[in-house]
Write a protein that binds this ligand. Structure first.
Ligand code: SF4
Length: 276
């Protein structure tokens, strides 16, 4: 039996990533659209992104560190809604901590690049395109025009630096963004640069036509599988310590009989499919 709810109008690279991590999570988040409570880490990330977006919308000469710090207030007004404050249980102490940590990230960012010298084609750029039959929608943090005239996708990361042995996974999402850019703008970005703004380190990768084709093909395969699961009315759960660790749907899964691991050693990290 298929779902009452339709498939989403468009898929984002992060939703596709969700699907690959666990199809059941995709079902809950993107088909049933069950609201996920805000988390402290995600809220801090949104806050810092909102500051950088505002900063890069200013004229280049105005993009100073003082301007960025001043933008934190308006960003807070947008991001810290009543429901977010409620989810996080924000009081004066935790609000001040959040502001302190966000300010520290802003300060670190200014050691990584001089935003006054950045030439960009857009910030929070919405790219909507049909990619080989897959309706895709991506929002790029920033699309830069480099000194050599090529395009670079810039993605701010507020989490920890990844292990470079897993670059293929680390860049998978942004490489799909590169495929969207090429399909939509007719120009392939040459570089992806991930700015780990909490650590002050950037990692980058060159975009090749092979990678673009591979990401587009993987998206098409995933979309076909999504359509099939949707028709079947069931997206399998693939619990593992890694995928379930920060999942907002863990309790819902447990109640429906999915063996969600709760501590190291209670289940392996290997992905297995569960039909509960
Ligand atoms: S708790 Fe685990 S199995 Fe359940 S939806 Fe989340 S990631 Fe999937």
């Amino acid at each position: 039996m298929s779902f009452d709810q339709p498939l989403p109008n468009a898929l984002s690279p992060s939703r596709l990533q969700d699907f690959r991590a666990c199809p059941r999570r995709f079902q809950y988040a993107s088909i049933e659209r069950i609201a996920q409570p805000a988390t402290y880490a995600a809220t801090k990330g949104r806050l810092v992104h909102a500051v950088f977006e505002r900063l890069h919308r200013l004229d280049p000469a105005q993009r100073t560190i003082d301007a960025a710090r001043d933008l934190l207030g308006p960003a807070e007004a947008d991001v810290l809604t009543e429901s977010v404050r409620e989810d996080l249980g924000l009081d004066q102490t935790s609000s001040e901590r959040l502001r302190r940590e966000a300010t520290a990230i802003i300060d670190v960012y200014f050691t990584m690049e001089d935003p006054r010298s950045v030439i960009h084609e857009g910030v929070e750029l919405r790219v909507r395109v049909d990619l080989d039959g897959v309706p895709m929608l991506g929002i790029l943090d920033r699309l830069d025009r480099e000194a050599n005239g090529s395009l670079a996708i810039i993605d701010y990361k507020t989490g920890s630096l990844p292990n470079r042995r897993f670059d293929t996974q680390t860049f998978a999402n942004t490489e799909l963004y590169a495929a969207l850019c090429e399909a939509s703008l007719g120009e392939r970005p040459s570089t992806i640069r991930l700015l780990y703004v909490a650590q002050g380190k950037a990692i980058e990768r060159t975009v090749t036509p092979v990678v673009i084709r591979a990401r587009a093909s993987a998206a098409r395969d995933a979309w076909r599988t999504i359509q099939r699961y949707h028709e079947d009315g069931r997206f399998p759960a693939t619990p593992s310590l890694h995928t379930c660790r920060f999942c907002a749907f863990a309790e819902r899964c447990r109640q429906s009989g999915v063996p969600v691991p709760t501590r190291p050693g209670s289940a392996g990290v290997a992905v297995s499919t569960v039909e509960a």
